[in-house]
Design a protein around this ligand. Structure first.
Ligand SMILES: Cc1cc2nc3c(=O)[nH]c(=O)nc-3n(C[C@H](O)[C@H](O)[C@H](O)COP(=O)(O)OP(=O)(O)OC[C@H]3O[C@@H](n4cnc5c(N)ncnc54)[C@H](O)[C@@H]3O)c2cc1C
Length: 462
């Protein structure tokens, strides 16, 4: 492709900014990043409080975040944040140690004895029966193939046939039961459901395992995690500062028309001409949102195939509140509440996070999900109240909520569409209308998978 082509990138989050970085690395310098907000980072949002930054969005990474590591190297920064620590409470606010192999715990939870064996079996199954399961993106999975880049520092290109991979379209719960390892869900649920990615009876195993491949999940278990002192937003602020063309903030895209091999973008009232466009912003949002975010099908001259496919996308209603407490009510550490991670406990507090352990006047953040595929959606205010009531039960009541948001989170498709080859159909559309689709839905909703997908997109098409 001609290195001088004009490329428009929609969105200044991890996917959009890293698309800019990888394009630059490949010699494409004629790109423009349009960001609708007055800041970069998207869901990596680290506001300031009392001289420090707390996390409203992304918090952590793992050592296999190779694309994030590329960004760190590009900018000369590193993961220098506070060590993560956690403990567990039951729904009544009592501190528990669910995984401790004490006599009392084993009597209360006899499954503990079986879990280790199932975990070992699961690790072996993933390496053998499901070879190729952990590549970034979803190309070929529904057809029983793998096609992508290995999750290794060298990220070698790999391809192959493995009909078993079709099982990954099943909800994770069914996938585990079918493979005789139901108890591993008790380990995977912490960094999955409480991190807002939905429930195991509704989310295809592919999403669960591409994000929480065996090694990544074990890093969570061992708390072998990365954080950033200035917050995850800092990674993307730094990247933005190091790009030849930093994102243009406060860009309102009114219209995108694709005709005669050109892309016309009306932004803040002016028409701009490009040759190609990469969309990292939401492709489809099934409802009207209070924050005014729209799916691309609403402001693009969307074609029938785009509308038909993208209207299958749903997302998680994941709510974050940042609160202050009285010093005597400050939690000692972050707590996970496993009892509240089941669909029956929709809307309840699943985890709360204390970032700065050396300061008790800093902000604590809470996390709750309020929609399940097969049940009602809990209204935002109701869920907000439920979480605050839960904090009282946890003996860490909120004195004051200082920040909150309901996130457009983890766009994905469900089993039927996944199995019917949704991803291969969208991948076949890449470039068709001089348009490329990237961002969360194309891989998975975390910083690294989205940045990695942008890397691969640039590698494959530019
Ligand atoms: C509470 C929470 C906790 C999380 N924890 C972690 C974690 O610990 N680790 C991890 O790796 N990930 C975590 N994530 C997920 C991670 O933040 C996202 O997956 C990642 O930011 C996705 O990057 P993206 O660029 O695809 O999308 P986004 O971050 O959503 O960025 C998209 C950008 O596009 C912009 N945009 C939208 N519409 C338009 C438009 N029409 N025109 C122009 N711009 C537009 C948005 O303003 C935004 O800046 C968390 C997210 C949240 C919310």
């Amino acid at each position: 492709m001609d290195k001088n082509i004009r490329i428009c990138i929609v969105g200044g989050g991890p996917a959009g900014l890293s698309a800019g970085m990888y394009l630059e690395k490949k010699g494409y310098n004629n790109y423009t990043i349009l960001e609708r907000q007055d800041r970069v980072g998207g869901k990596c949002w680290s506001p300031h409080y009392n001289g420090r930054r707390y996390e409203m969005g992304a918090i952590m990474g793992v050592p296999s975040y190779y694309a994030v590591h590329d960004v760190e190297e590009f900018c000369g920064i590193t993961h220098d944040g506070p060590q993560l620590n956690r403990n567990y409470k039951d729904a009544n606010g009592n501190v528990i140690e669910p995984f401790a192999r004490t006599l009392g715990n084993i009597i209360r939870n006899p499954w503990l004895l079986k879990m280790k064996g199932q975990l070992k079996k699961f690790g072996e199954l993933l390496e053998t029966k499901y070879k190729g399961y952990d590549l970034n993106g979803h190309r070929g999975v529904a057809e029983g193939r793998y096609d992508g880049y290995a999750v290794t520092p060298g990220r070698e290109k790999v391809e192959g046939v493995n009909p078993n991979l079709k099982d990954l379209a099943l909800p994770f719960k069914q996938f585990c039961e079918m493979n005789g390892v139901p108890l591993v869900q008790k380990i995977w649920i912490g960094p999955f459901t409480s991190f807002g990615y939905g429930y195991f009876d509704e989310i295809p195993a592919a999403y669960v395992l591409k994000y929480l491949d065996y090694q990544t999940c074990m890093n969570f278990v061992k708390v072998n995690l990365w954080t950033w002192k200035e917050g995850t937003q800092y990674i993307w602020e730094q990247l933005n500062d190091h790009l030849k063309h930093p994102a243009r903030l406060n860009s309102t895209i009114e219209k995108v028309e694709r005709k005669d091999g050109k892309v016309f973008v009306t932004v803040n009232g002016e028409v701009e001409e490009y040759d190609k466009i990469i969309v990292t912003a939401p492709l489809y949002i099934p409802n009207k949102r209070a924050d005014g975010q729209k799916g691309m099908v609403e402001y693009f001259d969307a074609r029938e195939d785009e509308i038909a496919l993208f209207s299958k996308i749903d997302y998680e209603r994941y709510d974050v509140q940042a609160f202050l407490t009285k010093p005597e009510n400050h939690p000692e550490i972050s707590y996970y509440v496993f009892d509240n991670m089941e669909p029956e406990k929709l809307g309840h507090l699943m985890v709360y996070y204390r970032r700065w352990r050396d300061q008790i006047d800093q902000v604590i953040t809470t996390y709750a999900l309020r929609k399940h595929k097969n049940s009602r959606e809990i209204p935002y205010e109701e869920c907000r109240q439920m979480v605050q009531d839960d904090l009282k039960i946890m003996k860490n009541p909120a004195e004051k909520v200082i920040n909150e948001w309901s996130v457009y989170y983890f766009p994905h498709v469900f089993t039927e569409d996944y199995a019917a080859g949704w991803y291969d159909k969208v991948e076949a559309m890449q470039g068709k209308y001089d348009t490329y689709y990237a961002g969360e839905v194309m891989s998975f909703g975390d910083m690294d998978e989205t940045a990695e997908y942008s890397r691969e997109l640039v590698d494959r098409f530019f």
